[in-house]
Design a protein around this ligand. Structure first.
Ligand SMILES: [Zn+2]
Length: 92
C-alpha cells in the first residue's frame, strides 16, 4: 500500500505568502478578498488568492505583518484586469 505519492509532479504547487516556501496546494489554505473587502478562507471563490500554510499560525501572522497578504490579494489591480477584460469583450 504505497501508491500515495506526495511528490507527484502534476500536483499544483503554491507559495505561502507567510514563509515563502513552495508546498503542495493541499497543504495550504487559500484566502480571498470578497466584494466587501473581507478576507476569508475559500478555495472556490474567483479572484486573486493568497496561500498560507494550513498548519501554521505563524505563516498567517507573518503574511499579515509583512503585508504579503495585501500584496497577494491586491484588489485594485484585480479589478483593473477585470475591467480591461470586460472592455475587450465589449469592443468586439
Ligand atoms: Zn508558510
Amino acid at each position: 500500500m504505497s501508491n500515495v505519492s506526495v511528490s507527484n509532479p502534476t500536483v499544483p504547487v503554491r507559495t505561502c505568502v507567510g514563509c515563502r516556501s513552495r508546498r503542495e496546494q493541499a497543504a495550504l489554505t487559500r484566502y480571498v478578498r470578497d466584494a466587501a473587502g473581507e478576507v476569508r478562507a475559500s478555495r472556490t471563490d474567483v479572484g486573486r488568492g493568497a496561500w498560507i500554510c494550513a498548519d501554521s499560525r505563524d505563516c498567517l501572522e507573518k503574511a499579515v505583518k509583512s503585508r504579503g497578504f495585501d500584496r497577494a490579494l491586491a484588489p485594485r489591480s484585480g479589478n483593473k484586469n477585470t475591467n480591461l477584460r470586460n472592455r475587450l469583450t465589449m469592443a468586439k
